[in-house]
Design a protein around this ligand. Sequence first.
Ligand code: GDD
Ligand code: MG
Length: 375
Amino acid sequence: MKALILVGGYGTRLRPLTLSSPKPLVEFCNKPIVLHQIEALAKAGVKHVILAVSYKADKLEEELNIYAKQLGIKISATYESEPLGTAGPIALSKKVLQDGVITELGNDGEAIFFVLNSDIICDYPFTELLEFHKAHKKEGTIVVTKVDDPSKYGVVVFQESGQIEKFVEKPKEPVSNKINAGLYIFTHKIFDRIEVRKTSIETEVFPLMASEEQLYAFNLKGFWMDVGQPPDYLDGMCLYLNHLKNKEPSALIPKGVEIPDSVEIIGPVLLDPTCTIGENCVIGPNVAIGPDCRVDKGVRIQRSAILRGTHVKSHSWIHSSIIGWKCSVGRWSRIDNVTVMGEDVSVRDELYINGGRILPHKEIKESIPQPSIIM
Ligand code: GDD
Ligand code: MG
């Protein structure tokens, strides 16, 4: 079976991280965001993943091919000359999606495939979704989840059977708190509904499919988050780490990580086996520390992600922040309030940074007392 992942644009909402890396390759809990999805798809039997990209990303395919080999699947990309929205890319990839498809017949002899928004983190229910889709024998299934504020999502109204009555994208007055979680299955009949032009699947395709009784909703169990912007990335990280703690606790602190006895770890904390932690640190809860990171003595980190190759110097205090690759955080510094550092930022000793978005390769010599972008 095949899957198409809508990777989209430059990931401006995740800047400054996306100034150094295409969004799908930015690590979330020590793994490229899109790899979380690709691994789950491979586990559910998907053999070919197609990334729909609306810009030219050099490193993307090359890097993903390394993972493709490890997982024993194929990963390719289709590039749009101009952004085609959320439906256009499906039409653009029609040939690739149809190619060689004879065995995985979903229902009524129709072949089927998965479509995913790229920055969704959850306990992907692909196998159950597949079973559900095959049972109702219609053209499409949307995974739905419950949120407190549905107005920034696609709102779904459906019957107990799952049949969707109404789909309304970003309504001003939502009539339900069940929303589109950004994971779908379609039969190849969807190709009759879309063309290669800029089209929104949410506003132009789903309402029609619903009115023709061709669209079903599948209820997601457990956590869900769109991690495409820094505050949500941190919220999603907390949800994901707590999920790991319950489901696969051994994945959090793998064997081989040397932690001095004086260190206090308040779980969940995810450590790469190659990171080092100094004496008397207090780490957690909800922290992910990536490969080749060095955390010196007496450091306090909470609710933060530290990406590959970063050095956190002694007695610094980091809270609710994302520290990008190869950064250096000075001694006795205080970093807080969704600060995001791009690649290779260095912060001098004893500074306070409150909600700074710091572009790559900057040296910070003065405190940043108010949230601001440092260019
Ligand atoms: N290839 C390609 N080309 N991908 C695109 C394009 C495009 O022109 N535009 C958007 N995408 C990708 C994005 O990268 C993302 O993975 C997905 O399509 C959805 O676009 P967003 O811009 O993130 O939409 P949203 O978050 O406002 O709303 C969507 O996701 C919600 C769940 O997070 C909708 O599908 C909502 O209905 C849904 O509830
Ligand atoms: Mg989104």
